[in-house]
Ligand binder design. Structure first.
Ligand SMILES: [Zn+2]
Ligand SMILES: [Zn+2]
Length: 383
């Protein structure tokens, strides 16, 4: 079966060329559009698109080695994890045993900085305490132990994560779960194909949402939000490290009776659909906005205003957002329903397409914040 996401590559280039020409034609002096093509930005997007196709050929076999029961690297990973966890605990004990002693004024000031979560950790490049006094032996040991403990903790988490991700991903492939299906075969007719696309879309919604709400998954997804432009080339910025993540498995559809080939086709359809919504050229689409994820909805998703963060996670349908946001309503006092958000998406100055205001005034607005500073899990947003 043809992979529609690959078959669409000529279409990608043709439409990006057309969109770039549209922006050139409609550019007026002094009016910067977020949709403008910029050479380095576009080349980066293309490189990411190619990377997302190529890198999985290396990462998928790699992660197979971390599957419990059959992976070659499970045992080494668990040994490293156990050693790292022990080291982290021991280092923590050393830190506690070398706590601030009476008379360590400089150290005490350093600890105060740590207690407040200071990123400097009270360290100075000249090896002195924040007060300028020389570090005591006790303090040097404490700081060394803290560094060792921090590195060991990261190693322990990484080792555990590799085994969990490798096991979950490989034990829930559609081919494996197909042989254990609990519902009858859906067949390969049009109804089954549509059902598979819709079911994929529902799982995609949750996977996309957790990528915005869980820090380490955001680290994987952030590449898609890394551009300060917003045009069709932005859609090509796909993650390269998904194999390291833990997601709701799409293989569950096979467990429910969808054939693996049908699931793969649904993946391609879903990916291609997301391409055309990365544009400011298309305005609002009337009643379709109620059901489909449209360019207008997805501009909100890519907006970096705080009120737009972590909104509109759907791929093909926007109904998932309406459905699950409403069900969870009240949990987020700042949450705006997508239709309310659009009140803020009036045409930009000069009657341009509907885009988030900060982008329409890009470069001039104090609201513009670099996406990597403000996106991602909400806990990252400090007061
Ligand atoms: Zn996203
Ligand atoms: Zn996007």
């Amino acid at each position: 079966m043809v992979d529609v996401s690959l078959a669409a590559i000529p279409f990608y280039f043709a439409t990006m060329g057309a969109e770039a020409a549209w922006h050139r034609r409609h550019r007026s002096p002094g009016n910067v559009s977020p949709g403008d093509y910029e050479r380095n930005d576009t080349l980066t997007s293309l490189a990411m698109g190619i990377g997302s196709l190529v890198v999985p050929f290396a990462t998928r076999p790699l992660m197979r080695q971390f599957e419990l029961g059959s992976g070659r690297w499970v045992r080494p990973a668990l040994v490293v994890t156990a050693g790292a966890a022990f080291t982290a605990v021991a280092a923590d004990a050393v830190v506690r045993a070398h706590g601030v002693a009476p008379g360590e004024v400089g150290a005490a000031q350093g600890e105060t900085g740590i207690a407040r979560g200071s990123i400097t950790d009270g360290r100075r490049s000249d090896g002195l305490a924040p007060s300028g006094a020389p570090l005591t032996r006790r303090e040097r040991i404490r700081r060394f132990a803290r560094r060792v403990g921090g590195s060991a903790a990261v190693a322990a988490i990484a080792g555990t994560g590799a085994v969990v991700a490798g096991t979950l991903t490989n034990r829930t492939t559609s081919h494996r779960l197909w042989s254990r299906r609990i519902l009858p075969d859906w067949g390969d007719g049009p109804a089954a194909a549509i059902a598979a696309v819709l079911a994929w879309d529902a799982i995609y919604y949750w996977n996309h949402r957790i990528q915005h709400e869980v820090r380490y998954l955001w680290a994987i997804h952030v590449v898609h939000h890394s551009s300060e432009h917003y045009n069709l080339s932005t859609a090509l910025r796909q993650p390269v490290a998904e194999a390291f993540g833990t997601f709701v498995p799409y293989g569950l559809l096979a467990l429910l009776g969808a054939r693996p080939a049908l699931i793969e086709q649904a993946r391609g359809v879903n990916l291609v659909y997301q391409y055309w919504i990365h544009t400011v050229v298309i305005g609002r689409l009337g009643p379709l906005e109620k059901v489909l994820n449209t360019p207008s909805h997805h501009r909100v998703h890519h907006g970096s205003n705080r009120r737009y963060l972590d909104r509109n996670h759907g791929s093909i349908l926007i109904v998932w957002d309406k459905l699950f946001r409403d069900l969870r309503g009240g949990g987020r006092t700042s949450a705006l329903r997508p239709d309310e958000e659009h009140r803020n998406l009036r045409p930009g100055e000069g009657g341009g397409p509907r885009v988030p205001r900060h982008r329409a005034r890009r470069g001039a607005s104090t609201e513009l914040v670099r996406p990597d500073r403000v996106r991602g899990p909400r806990t990252r947003l400090g007061p």
